[in-house]
Every structure is written in C-alpha cells, then in structure tokens.
Ligand binder design. Structure first.
Ligand code: DX5
Ligand code: ZN
Length: 217
C-alpha cells in the first residue's frame, strides 16, 4: 500500500502574492509545500533561493519540501536548514560524493532525498537507498513547470518500489513533473507515495479542491 501525499509546487504560484498562495495551501489537505530552487547552471532557468524560502517558512503550516536544482548543493545544506527546509532533495547528477551529502543533510536535522533526472536509472541508488528518506523521480526534464509527463516514469516507479521493499521500506517515492489527475492516479497505482504538482493546481479554477481531490484518487 502506498501513502497518497500531495505536494503543490509554488514554482507555478503568483510571486506577486506568494503569501496568499501559501495561505491557500495551508487551508488545503496538502502534505508538503514543494519549493523549486534553480541556479541557471544545472538547469536552464533561475527561480528563487534562500531569502524566499525563509519567508515561505514563516507562514507555511506544512513541511517544506525543498528541491535543489543547483550545482554544489553541499555548500548550502546548513543555509537551507536555517531557512526552514524540512526535506532537502539533491540531484544525483550534481553529487559525486552522494553518501557524504546525504549524511550531512540528516546530521543537519532534515530528511534526505535524492532526485533522478528522466534518463538516470533507479539502479544507481542501489547502494544508498538504505540511507534515504525519499527518492524524487523527475517525470520531465527539470527547469520548467507545465511540461508533458514522460511515461517511462511508471516503469521507474515500479522498479524503485521493488528496491525499496527489499532494502528500506520507510523510503518514500515522490514524482515531479506533468502530474495531473490522470498521470497522478497511474503513479499512485504504480507505487508512488508523494506527487508534486504545479501548473495543474495553480491554473485550476479551484486550487484547494484540486489539491484535495488528489488525496481521493
Ligand atoms: C520542474 C520542477 C517542478 C515543477 C513541476 O523542474 O521541479 O517541481 O514545478 O511543474 P508541473 O507540475 O507544472 O509540471
Ligand atoms: Zn520540483
């Protein structure tokens, strides 16, 4: 049985009234607030950074799920912890010393999560899965909201679920990119525990009802 958690991504929020959008998420059944940090180097886009996370943390009533799409994430672990991150996700593709950074994230008091790009096989995590609180599978190429879901992700979720069943049953599977009710239901059925959804929620007529509906899929 998978848990069915939903993490709205504030990349698709209206940044001129970010506080109102955080309040909207506070009032919903959302489980986490997903915060996408992009550096314009690892990914071809720049979003927001530590000062924005600090302000979000001041008003958020849900744990902050911070997704770092940056090079050298090891330089910023303590800064994101101080800013209010509860879960810190680093990309496998940016971390030659993945075991060290996962240990540092946990020592700083946060949950440790590793993200894989669409082309990176889940088997690269075989020797670290026992240490992880969560794995984030990208179902689009990271950098932008509103892209189309890559269907190969379903296979990756199923295989990762088998690895987790064998090695670390408390590790969650999160999926990010192109998630709507249709891809979301398929992902939960494949074994995903946490869905990230940005444009689908924020473009909806009723974002709170949309968030809440994910929990009933
Ligand atoms: C993309 C980000 C996602 C993004 C998802 O690089 O990591 O979190 O906000 O947006 P949608 O749900 O619109 O694909
Ligand atoms: Zn993300």
């Amino acid at each position: 049985m998978t848990t069915r958690l939903i993490a709205p991504s504030i990349l698709s929020a209206d940044f001129s009234r970010l506080g109102e959008d955080i309040e909207m998420i506070n009032q919903s059944d959302a489980d986490y607030i997903h915060c996408d940090v992009m550096d314009g180097v690892f990914v071809p886009n720049i979003s927001f950074g530590i000062p924005v996370i600090e302000k979000v943390a001041e008003i958020a009533k849900k744990p902050l799920d911070v997704h770092l799409m940056i090079v050298n994430p090891d330089n910023y672990i303590s800064a994101f912890q101080k800013a209010g991150a509860d879960i810190l996700t680093v990309h496998y593709e940016t971390c030659p010393h993945l075991h060290r950074i996962v240990s540092s994230i946990k020592e700083a008091g946060m949950k440790a999560s590793v993200c894989l790009n669409p082309h990176t096989p889940v088997t690269v995590l075989d020797d670290i899965i026992g240490d992880l609180d969560m794995v984030l599978l990208m179902s689009v190429n990271p950098g932008f909201g509103g892209q189309s879901f890559i269907k190969n992700t379903y296979k990756k979720v199923r295989l990762l679920k088998e690895m987790i069943a064998a090695k670390n049953q408390s590790c969650l599977i999160e999926v990010d990119g192109g998630v709507n009710f249709e891809t979301g239901l398929n992902l939960y059925d494949a074994g995903a525990d946490v869905l990230v959804s940005g444009s689908f929620i924020f473009k909806a007529d009723d974002p709170i009802a949309t968030i809440n509906h994910f929990k009933t899929l």
